[in-house]
Design a protein around this ligand. Structure first.
Ligand SMILES: [Zn+2]
Length: 373
């Protein structure tokens, strides 16, 4: 039911193109996964996601557990049916939100006790509970329950935490009963190469269908993030998908792909769209700026999305300034299309042997163009 095929690896870097087969369809990698926190990618309908080129979307276990509850999602036949996406989905373990969003969390060997950020009610999440919830939500890919250590953390704490994450990973595998869902393990270890290596050796020895790098993009500087990602992919199996969680900017995606990453997710394209920050092939653009008032140009002349094919920068600025809901939708469609087109073009470049040149060309354009000039 779940298969990963590595189709091509670059001769000049670790960039790779592959294909994932899931019960809800195929995913061509490298891929970016739009985030649908409570079962909806904010402001964008599934039909629009399809047109944008999305192949898999993410749901957050913590949020879906609180509202509407996993039993409700299960009642409707699982997440992909409930939200009428009907294509591949992935759920995180809930861990990240428990550690970052919930209040007063208390971590023990058994799991984490915390209070809901909505009403303060007392809740408990353990590896077994996370898998139980994720099995009811029914995504094609589930994530193991791990401890996300804050940055910065003392090495001694990170070391203890990664050992706990490994024990929890083993418990997640034992708790899994559905065989139509894949389960990915998560490598932790903070910014310490020796701990990252130990975590990778422990987690990658377990029978997961894929592996993720967690605990990056949490406040460390960008060169450190790239260094850790580069180092850690050397200790991950080549025949399983590699997922860099919660990352990132268009630059991060290209740098991650170069280091052998296959999957990414981030709220950045949709969150920035709602704040009028648009990504283009010639750099970032602040659409609310006064200089766009009379601009009849599209956001990005190289972009084929619905927004760029039909609307001017001047109209998008007007929509945003007047607080129209359509501004959020059109901006989100463009930003997601930009991200998905970027990974699609990267895949094409890998398959045709020019990824490194493609990366350099795009990075030069987005670093020195747009509102940066
Ligand atoms: Zn566009």
């Amino acid at each position: 039911m779940f298969e990963f095929t590595l189709e091509k690896t670059s001769e000049k870097s670790k960039a790779r193109a592959g294909r994932i087969v899931t019960p809800h369809g195929e995913i061509e990698t490298p891929i970016f996964m739009p985030v649908g926190t409570v079962g909806s990618v904010k402001g964008v309908a599934p039909r629009e996601l399809d047109e944008i080129g999305a192949q898999i979307i993410l749901g957050n276990t913590y949020h879906l557990h609180l509202r509407p509850g996993e039993d409700t999602v299960a009642h409707f036949g699982g997440l992909a049916k409930f939200n009428s996406w009907n294509k591949p989905t992935l759920t995180d373990s809930g861990g990240f939100q428990v550690f970052s969003l919930a209040k007063l969390n208390k971590i023990g060997e058994e799991g984490v006790e915390f209070r809901s950020h909505l009403d303060g009610s007392k809740l408990f999440l353990s590896p077994e509970k996370s898998i139980e919830i994720q099995q009811k939500i029914g995504a094609d890919i589930m994530m193991a329950f791990d401890e996300c250590v804050p940055y910065p953390s003392e090495k001694i704490y990170v070391e203890k935490s990664l050992e706990l994450t490994t024990r929890w990973a083993e418990r997640c595998l034992k708790a899994k009963t559905r065989d139509d869902q894949a389960l990915f393990g998560i490598i932790q270890g903070g910014v310490f190469p020796d701990l990252r290596r130990r975590s990778a050796e422990q987690i990658c020895a377990l029978p997961f269908e894929g592996f993720a790098i967690g605990g990056l993009s949490v406040g460390e500087d960008i060169p450190t993030m790239y260094e850790i990602a580069d180092f850690i992919t050397d200790h991950m199996p080549a025949d399983k998908p590699r997922y860099l969680m919660g990352v990132g900017t268009p630059e991060d995606l290209l740098n991650g792909i170069e280091r052998g990453i296959d999957m990414f997710d981030c709220v950045m394209p949709t969150r920035n769209a709602r704040n009028a920050l648009l990504f283009t092939n010639s750099g970032k653009l602040h659409i609310k700026a006064a200089r766009y008032r009379l601009s009849d140009e599209p956001v990005d002349a190289e972009c084929g999305c619905y927004t760029c094919r039909n609307f001017s920068r001047g109209y998008l600025r007007h929509l945003y300034k007047t607080g129209e809901l359509l501004a959020l939708k059109l901006n989100s469609i463009h930003n997601l299309h930009f991200y998905l087109s970027l990974v699609k073009r990267a895949r094409n470049a890998i398959n045709n042997g020019f990824f490194e040149d493609f990366k350099k060309e795009i990075l030069d354009k987005i670093t020195f163009g747009g509102d940066n000039v």
